[in-house]
Design a binder for this molecule. Structure first.
Ligand SMILES: [Fe+2]
Length: 179
């Protein structure tokens, strides 16, 4: 399986956000690429599906930086939809909105009209869990992706966010988790 480390849409979209993401940029960029690659490895996709995955990957956590919050799902959906509307791709808005909205759903996403939602949830979880969840991907391949696209402190950053959340809200799960 090949590993994509440069994709035109991902480069274009993320470069627009580079200054706002600041020091976290290399970490987030790596996460976006690893999730993208894991999705493509989980099942073969058409060119159109690949573009949708690339866009969803870029925006899925962007609310952390656009709105400076760990309650970042809705702002991320809003930013994705704004981008799609500016790019004349409103037709993809519902689907990509759902991909972002449900990417931290704990249980399977079952609406068969939009299979990319479940694919994207799995791809994110492979990376989010550092490869604990594989959904059948060979561990060797996961290791190769992690080696080709370094973590650059992304999981350390996530852990810090979760720690800050629990210190302020000890009894409630982080708002980005959905049952
Ligand atoms: Fe993510």
């Amino acid at each position: 399986m090949s590993i994509e480390t440069k994709h035109l849409f991902i480069e274009e979209i993320l470069s627009e956000w580079k200054s706002r993401i600041g020091d976290d940029y290399p970490g987030y960029r790596g996460h976006v690429y690893r999730v993208f690659n894991f999705c493509l490895a989980l099942r073969s996709c058409t060119e159109e599906e690949k573009l949708k995955l690339a866009i969803a990957a870029c925006f899925h956590d962007i609310g952390i930086w656009s709105d400076h919050t760990m309650d970042y799902i809705s702002p991320s959906v809003a930013q994705a939809k704004q981008y799609l509307s500016n790019a004349g791709l409103q037709a993809w808005s519902d689907e990509i909105g759902l991909m972002v909205e449900f990417h931290h759903k704990v249980r399977t996403y079952g609406d068969e009209r939009y299979p990319l939602v479940e694919l994207f949830r799995k791809g994110d979880l492979v990376d989010f869990s550092l490869g604990f969840f594989t959904f059948g991907l060979p561990r060797r391949y996961i290791r190769q992706v992690k080696k080709a696209i370094p973590n650059s402190g992304f999981h350390k950053f996530l852990m810090q966010g979760a720690t800050d959340w629990f210190s302020e809200h000890p009894l409630s799960p982080p708002p980005f988790m959905k049952w």
